[in-house]
Design a protein around this ligand. Structure first.
Ligand SMILES: Nc1nc2c(ncn2[C@@H]2O[C@H](COP(=O)(O)OP(=O)(O)O)[C@@H](O)[C@H]2O)c(=O)[nH]1
Ligand SMILES: [Mg+2]
Length: 238
């Protein structure tokens, strides 16, 4: 039997509309192991996974951060790529994320900003305030921790499993991605950003329903907390 090297994690919360359209486009052959993490969707997502014989682990608590931590418990591969099934992420980028992890990077981020070939989906952000906040947060993390990336926040990313364990991530919600970029930099890990085109959501609705200002405040508070934590998170690492 082929050893499990690459694990693909599908993240969903009531995404049946997008999942049905995305499924034929996902390059499953790039992974040796595929499973989903889901906080008990009620729209047919779980039944779809069953029909397609995709193993699904149910989260006990809601939140993307909780989903990342749950995935880490189950992943057998040394390389883990997270793919959100709402249509925003281009499945064509999955092999490139695995490829860069295989090359030895600890964290590989699909970046939506600044790079010539990058593009963000701003269809629900007409004033571009959310985009500006994302770029600002990414810039601040770069100035303080030298992350070296333009997009510190996008959830479309891959980790070396060992690196993810060392990061000892504990942000419960959407701050998890920002936390992982910051902690990778604090630990002087090898980070790579590859350009991506963020696509439009395919049906369903955003789960992150808070307004831009509420989110900006949450990220600002998180930023201060991560600043105060410094490198002390390492002490509790397994
Ligand atoms: N497993 C899991 N997925 C989630 C959770 N919350 C959101 N997602 C998924 O994460 C992706 C992005 O979420 P969304 O709220 O749409 O955020 P946005 O893309 O930043 O607008 C979607 O595929 C959601 O279904 C959660 O608690 N658990
Ligand atoms: Mg989305």
């Amino acid at each position: 039997m082929k050893p499990i090297k690459n694990t693909l994690v599908l993240l969903s919360y009531n995404e049946i509309e997008a999942l049905k359209l995305l499924h034929p486009k996902i390059p499953f052959s790039a992974a040796d192991e595929v499973f989903a993490i889901d906080p008990k969707s009620t729209d047919g997502t779980l039944e779809f996974y069953k029909k397609k014989k995709i193993k699904c682990y149910l989260q006990k608590e809601l939140g993307r951060g909780k989903a990342f931590v749950e995935a880490l418990k189950h992943a057998k591969g040394e390389n883990i790529v997270f793919f959100s099934t709402d249509g925003n992420e281009d499945p064509k980028d999955i092999p490139a994320l695995f490829h860069n992890l295989e090359k030895g990077y600890d964290l590989v981020i699909a970046g939506r900003f600044i790079h010539k070939k990058s593009k963000s989906d701003d269809s629900d952000d007409p004033t571009r305030i959310r985009k500006a906040c994302n770029i600002l947060c990414s810039g601040l993390a770069n100035v303080i921790w030298r992350t070296g990336v333009y997009d510190a926040i996008n959830g479309f990313r891959g980790f070396k499993k060992d690196a993810m364990i060392k990061m000892n991530l504990d942000a419960p919600k959407h701050e998890i991605e920002y936390q992982s970029t910051i902690r990778a930099a604090k630990l002087k890990m090898k980070i790579k950003e590859i350009p991506t085109h963020e696509l439009k959501r395919l049906g369903g609705f955003r789960k992150q329903t808070a307004g831009t200002l509420v989110l900006a405040k949450a990220f600002a508070l998180f930023f201060v907390k991560e600043f105060l934590v410094g490198k002390s998170f390492k002490e509790t690492s397994k």
